[in-house]
Ligand binder design. Sequence first.
Ligand code: SF4
Length: 63
Amino acid sequence: MKVSVNQDHCYGSRDCVYRVPSVFTVVDGFGAVIPGREDSGDDPQVRAAAEACPSQAITIAEG
Ligand code: SF4
């Protein structure tokens, strides 16, 4: 499963980075997926971070 961050929705709370620093980072003040970690959508911690994102900017999708 693919994980991505919609930076149009993200407001840079960094919660995702604190939860899963091996997958999420901050670019220009907004959350982003670390290049090469886009296939991390099956990781329970990534799923939890997506559910906890205060702006629902993290998407997990087939792919
Ligand atoms: S938790 Fe959500 S709002 Fe906060 S930085 Fe990550 S993607 Fe953006």
